[in-house]
Ligand binder design. Structure first.
Ligand SMILES: *[C@@H]1O[C@H](CO)[C@@H](O)[C@H](O)[C@H]1NC(C)=O
Ligand SMILES: *[C@@H]1O[C@H](CO)[C@@H](O)[C@H](O)[C@H]1NC(C)=O
Length: 365
């Protein structure tokens, strides 16, 4: 038996046992392979059940292409992501697939969005990688015409989509969609009412209803966290807010400013004793947004929270002209300018410090 010459003990095995040894070896080999096959099958079944249903099963019952979006960030970011998904789905007839994540809860807690038709599964985890084309937004704060092209497959969008140009044909729809829940609206209206009442008394101007201008001052993390500063976020200074208030005081004879901020201390230090400024604090983000959107016009500083306040208020908007440090990574997200991020009819004003490269020195911890 030359084939098994390499087995050194072969020749010591008695000739009449050789057959039994061969059979035993054969049986062992067969058993081992069968066990291995079964265990692989078992893991494959486990893997596929962790992955969820097949693409065909997913498509079942959906006669249109589906579009989904990845939520991330705070209220302002989530609103842009939802708005982009809505708009692109309307434009191309996609079926909207909204992931049931904590971000959707933030939207649902703020707005009267009808979520009855939304999928309950966590689409992001289960499905999108296999059955959806993933399309990423390269310029989070600028318009990209590539993103609005019609897809030939189910599509999952990732990014921030922060351009008015995506939304421009569906603005009325979006103002309907982002209607605040009655409880939030009532809270906001009563805060506003009290504010106006107290000021009207002290200003003796009960005869003329004031024009209300909301001020949203975004500071906090943009200033304190090194990674934000390094990334290129700018914030507005007192000079900008003074100029913006002067703009509205010139425009209207009887103006009252309502200010909200994530840095109320800073706003109080600057405007706490200004007669026509009322600083509102201690409310949820959604209530702040509702209060300011009930005013007639908007002074925003930077960030998407103020952007949406301006959009929902739908009056005159003044914004801070330099939301990013020139040459920064954030600047790249804007494609170098704010033209497709900020509506053309919004008015940009500067602060006192125009030498932007030098104001925000990174503080080491
Ligand atoms: C408000 O009116 C009262 C009484 O008419 C007057 O004494 C007071 O000076 C007025 N206050 C202001 C701020 O105009
Ligand atoms: C300003 O807003 C208030 C509160 O929403 C509203 O009652 C009023 O009519 C508005 N005024 C103008 C001039 O638009």
């Amino acid at each position: 038996m030359p084939a098994i010459k390499w087995f050194p003990f072969w020749r010591h095995i008695p000739a009449n046992s050789k057959f039994t040894v061969l059979i035993t070896c054969g049986v062992v080999v067969i058993v081992v392979f069968t066990l291995k096959l079964f265990s692989e099958l078992h893991f494959a079944v486990q893997r596929s059940s962790a992955r969820g249903p097949s693409c065909a099963e997913i498509q079942q019952g959906h006669d249109r292409l589906m579009a989904s979006v990845e939520f991330s960030g705070g209220l302002g970011n989530i609103m842009f992501q939802y708005a982009f998904l809505y708009v692109t789905s309307r434009a191309h007839g996609y079926e909207m697939v909204v992931p049931s994540t904590k971000e959707l809860d933030i939207l649902k807690e703020a707005f009267e969005i009808d979520t009855s038709s939304f999928e309950k599964t966590d689409w992001e985890k289960d499905l999108t990688a296999r059955c959806f084309d993933v399309i990423e937004d390269e310029w989070d704060c600028a318009y990209d015409p590539k993103l609005v092209e019609k897809s030939r497959k189910n599509v999952h969008y990732k990014g921030y989509f922060q351009s008015w140009k995506y939304l421009v044909t569906y603005e009325d729809d979006l103002r309907q969609i982002f209607r605040f829940r009655p409880s939030i609206l009532n809270d906001a209206a009563s805060v506003l009412q009290k504010t106006i009442a107290s000021r009207l008394n002290s200003l003796n101007s009960t005869d003329v209803r004031p024009v209300l201008v909301g001020i949203h001052v975004r500071r906090g993390d943009y200033l304190d966290e090194k990674e934000f500063v390094d990334f290129g976020y700018n914030i507005a200074d007192y000079g900008y807010i003074e100029k913006a208030m002067a703009y509205f005081r010139r425009k209207y004879s009887n103006v009252l400013f309502i200010a909200c901020s994530n840095d109320v201390k800073w706003v109080k230090a600057g405007f706490g004793t200004t007669a026509d400024v009322f600083i509102v604090e201690g409310n949820s983000a959604a209530t702040d947004m509702a209060i300011l959107s009930l005013t007639n016009h908007t002074i925003m500083t930077v960030g998407t929270f103020g952007w949406w306040i301006s959009f929902l208020t739908n009056g005159h908007t003044v914004y801070y002209k330099y939301p990013f440090r020139p040459g920064s990574l954030l600047g790249e997200q804007f494609k170098g300018n704010i033209d497709t991020h900020i509506y053309p009819n919004w008015v940009g004003l500067e602060g006192d410090n125009s030498n932007l490269m030098n104001i925000f020195t990174v503080r080491s911890p």
